[in-house]
Design a protein around this ligand. Sequence first.
Ligand code: COA
Length: 278
Amino acid sequence: MTEGVLLVENKQIEGTYPDGGLVSIWTLNRPDKLNSLNAESHKALKEACDMAESNDSIRVIVIRGAAPNPPIEGKRPKPASFAAGADISEFLGKNSDDVRGFFEDNAWERVWNLTKPTIAMVDGFALGGGAELALSCDLRVASERAKFGTPEINLGLIPGGGGTQRLCRLIGYGKALEMVLTGDMMDAETALSCGLVNSVTTAENLDNFTMSLAENIARKSPYTTKVAKRAVRASLDLPFSEGVLAERSEFVALFDTEDKEIGVQAFLERKDAKWVGR
Ligand code: COA
């Protein structure tokens, strides 16, 4: 585990093939600032993305926020947070030339472009850039006390990490624009009902729930999970008929893989598939 604004822990998962499959758990670690994302957080996230892509053993990535520190005597405890946005203190006095470069090569896009499945584990606030980081992940699991929002409008801004586009595709134009225009927070139950999150569970169970989802995916063929992600992702960029063709082409190509033969054989023999990842 590395110390700093992002803790990275690679957890070995039993029953993965090829052997030694890992779930990489990334913890945003600025709990006193509600894990808000500063320039250092972006740098660390981008480095973690490079590490995850280059390590074949990493099958799934989970992104989470550090739990609050114990409260200082006489002070109120800080709330649980995934990430309460970009670090607002870094915005003051900056003009477009100051921020353009940073936003052109940002962590949200790097996470979005990971070829491996990603899960945001959201306990508490996921606001602004924090909500956008959760949206940059493939799946979102939330605790009952999670709160999502895009409050940038209250700063005279709009989401800048792909939030308007990803939100719209996930929950539809009307709800997305309502969030962006009002800056109001959405509770976990509403987020579940409109498809912003995949599942909601208690705060106590969030860790276990998320890890079993991650482990489930980590036990599939690492080759096929990437193809599956690519095929579903294509639907966001391609017109429907082209998307269907793209899927067909991916599906047909899988018939040349060893893992397709291994999976089918294992099913017929009622055994667990021992994937080779190609
Ligand atoms: N950037 C920088 N610091 C932030 C932050 C952010 N996005 N969000 C919270 N913090 C800091 C606060 O300044 C405070 O620091 P301090 O204790 O040193 O004063 C600490 O985190 C705790 O936040 P606080 O506001 O005291 O907690 P709260 O429980 O009263 O309120 C929120 C929680 C999430 C409602 C509130 O912090 C908030 O509105 N944050 C900003 C959300 C936002 O606009 N994000 C979009 C940014 S683009």
